[in-house]
Design a protein around this ligand. Sequence first.
Ligand code: AMP
Length: 436
Amino acid sequence: MTFSDLGLRAELLRAVEAQGYTTPTPIQLKAIPAVLQGGDLLASAQTGTGKTAGFTLPMLQRLAGGPRPAKRQVRALVLTPTRELAAQVGESVADYGRHLTLKSHVIFGGVGQQPQVDAIRAGLDVLVATPGRLLDLQQQKHVDLSKVEILVLDEADRMLDMGFIHDIKKILRVLPEKRQNLLFSATFSNEIQALAGKLLDDPAMIEVARRNTTAELVDQAIYRVDREKKRELLAHLITEHDWQQVLVFTRTKHGANRLAEQLSKQDIPAMAIHGNKSQSARTKALAAFKTGDLQVLVATDIAARGLDIEELPHVVNFELPNVAEDYVHRIGRTGRAGSEGQAVSLVCVDEHGLLKGIERLIKRDLEKRIEPGFEPDPNARPEPIENGRGKRGGGGRNSGQGQRRQGQAAGQRRGGDEARAPRRRRGGGGSGSRQA
Ligand code: AMP
């Protein structure tokens, strides 16, 4: 099966060819015909499956093939949870649409709004946006969404996790009632099902296997180590094995900053990427990491979501995630495109419950290792897991839940500071700074 078998028009086939794709991925095989037919779609797919082309190609084809309004107006709206994902989707729209005459633009918070307002005013067919900034501009009457024909919610589960449901609902209210809705989500929590139930009309359902669920291409190992020795062990592993491109996950923004600073002091170039960083700092860190100039990128789960870093050789869980599913997301970044990857988790006595939850989810026991010189203290006592809230005062609804949170439904998860950030900053100078 090729892209031309899917009925895509010549301009799109040329663009796909220029990308070097020869065979559609499983999600593309299913999504492209479904979207071309014009119905709604509910798709379960993660980053890395080729889902972006799966909705972008047929979306562009429908826009290019339909009747053209006299004046250019937003006919397709793609909502994404993060700036990085918006930028990536925007790039795909531009790449795949390069031989068409459609115009697209990406808008997100954290940067000045004037260039975005100017681009909208100049006329757009496709708008890719994060919900907060879009709503801001819509409320200021800079953008007219009343002619949207196709709505895409990309990584809808993350948008809900990040507290965007109210913004999304407000956006839905200003869209025309009759339109095509495409919903992509990696998980199907009760909230996602409720949203899908309201939003979608008799949708085609597509599910593609999670990549790396069983992680054949990823060599996974657990290093048992004391809480206080994790940083030293990480530096030791990086140096000892000469790991050149390492994505490290921490549970909190504060932890990410601290770790990046400490590694840098030990001559291991590292930068942190998370929701409190400015857009330019994040873009800079990501670019340096992708080119190999930056050895270590330390990220929180939400900030890392949607980063398209291909063929990443090493992922380190400096701390295990509170939600077992996030382990699968994290290690899914290694071994892309058929290359082998290695995922290492540093696990202290506090995290044994989390580890059990992960092993249950992936249905296998992970190999446990002890690095000579870093033997854990057999008498160490577990302590509650810090989720980054204590320092902010006020605790919050999930305070002190630590390990008890594991195994909760996906939609109710995220006790960490990242999840709460968008809400907390609400009202403080607009939504510009709200995306993770
Ligand atoms: P996505 O899941 O949309 O983030 O895509 C993940 C990666 O796969 C991106 O780098 C795409 O450029 C790439 N990709 C998408 N479709 C194909 C394809 N049919 N063949 C090879 N690579 C692809």
